[in-house]
Write a protein that binds this ligand. Structure first.
Ligand code: NAG
Length: 316
């Protein structure tokens, strides 16, 4: 195992029941020193169900693929601990849904970014920037806490309780976040700019598009030539994209799936829609981003090679 690897199962975005936010986007830098000058990682979302609903099968395959790719870290795109998030540092759900599930050696990486309630392997953040420095360029991840954008959580929360103490007043919070994101994207010298959120911008899944994000976030991503937008929320695996445009990737198949409620989408754009469980892997070099979707048996469902300069799909 590479010791240069910087952090491990990095879980981005708390469950929607635990809220909070940084007032400024913080940039955390990590040099990558793999001999082939690449960055590899997995993305899983919507997973914490004590191993149930195929969570354990997905975790097992993540371990195998993680080893093959010698991954640098794992991104979770949210909804980490069902149903209500973690209740404090000693909540047994942490073991039952995380440390006893993602057990493969390839997933055990030391977490060296700033501490949190479970500093050993789990880092939970809301909005933040992670910067990975290859010798040939940089890969930058802009994590955006998309929960405050969703109007319904404020006007019609149903049985869910949210702590918005770090979000209110909401309008100001959102405008600050968008302003900071825009600024940081403009400042960025990274070759690759990936934005990660929980909710979908383009998705044919059960929840459908998050109109608030289409209206407010998407224009900033387009203006700043973001390469990929990665999300969870819809419990499926999905790739929506066209040549020359941002690719929209959903990896929300970490446990419960098979909802059977797909919405129509232009088949020219919808490269993959898989309603079951699974996860994604990424392998990034200076010129190409390869991403692969796997089912619970590790079968490849779909793969794509996105070429940086031409912004087109290449042969794998
Ligand atoms: C687990 O995965 C298999 C294969 O995709 C599927 O047939 C089965 O329905 C899944 N189980 C659950 C509980 O989702």
């Amino acid at each position: 195992m590479k010791t240069s690897v910087l952090f491990g199962l990095t879980l981005m975005f708390l469950c929607i029941f635990i809220n909070g936010s940084l007032s400024k986007l913080e940039r955390l830098e990590h040099p990558v020193t793999k001999s082939d000058d690449s960055l590899s990682f997995l993305v899983v979302g919507d997973w914490g169900r004590k191993g149930g609903f195929n969570q354990s099968l997905v975790a097992h395959q993540m371990g195998i693929v993680g080893e093959q790719l010698d991954i640098d870290f794992v991104i979770s795109v949210g909804d980490n601990f069902y149903d209500d998030g973690l209740k404090g540092d000693n909540d047994p759900s942490f073991e039952e849904s995380f440390s006893h599930i993602y057990t493969h050696p390839s997933l055990q990486k030391q977490c060296t970014i700033k501490s949190c309630s479970h500093p050993k392997r789990l880092e939970m953040v809301l909005s933040q920037i992670f910067n990975f420095v290859l010798s040939s360029g940089m890969v930058e991840f802009f994590l955006v806490d998309t929960n405050p954008f969703v109007e319904k959580y404020f006007t019609d929360p149903g049985d869910d309780t949210y702590d918005w103490s770090n979000v209110l007043p909401r309008k100001k919070h959102i405008s600050n976040l968008l302003h900071d994101l825009d600024l940081e994207l403009k400042k960025s010298r990274a070759t690759w700019k990936f934005v990660v959120g929980h909710h979908g911008i383009k998705t044919a899944g059960q929840h459908g598009v998050t109109q608030e994000l289409v209206d407010q976030l998407l224009p900033i991503l387009e203006e700043n030539k973001v390469d990929l937008y990665i999300n969870g929320h819809d419990h499926c695996l999905q790739h929506i994209g066209s040549d020359g445009e941002i690719q929209f990737l959903t990896s929300g198949g970490g446990s419960k799936a098979w909802r059977g409620e797909t919405q129509p989408w232009d088949p020219k754009e919808l490269k993959l829609y898989y309603d079951g469980q699974g996860f994604m892997s990424f392998h990034i070099t200076h010129s190409q981003a390869k991403f692969v979707y796997y089912d619970v048996f590790g079968n490849v469902l779909h793969q794509s090679k996105w070429c940086k300069d031409s912004k087109t799909f290449g042969l794998f």
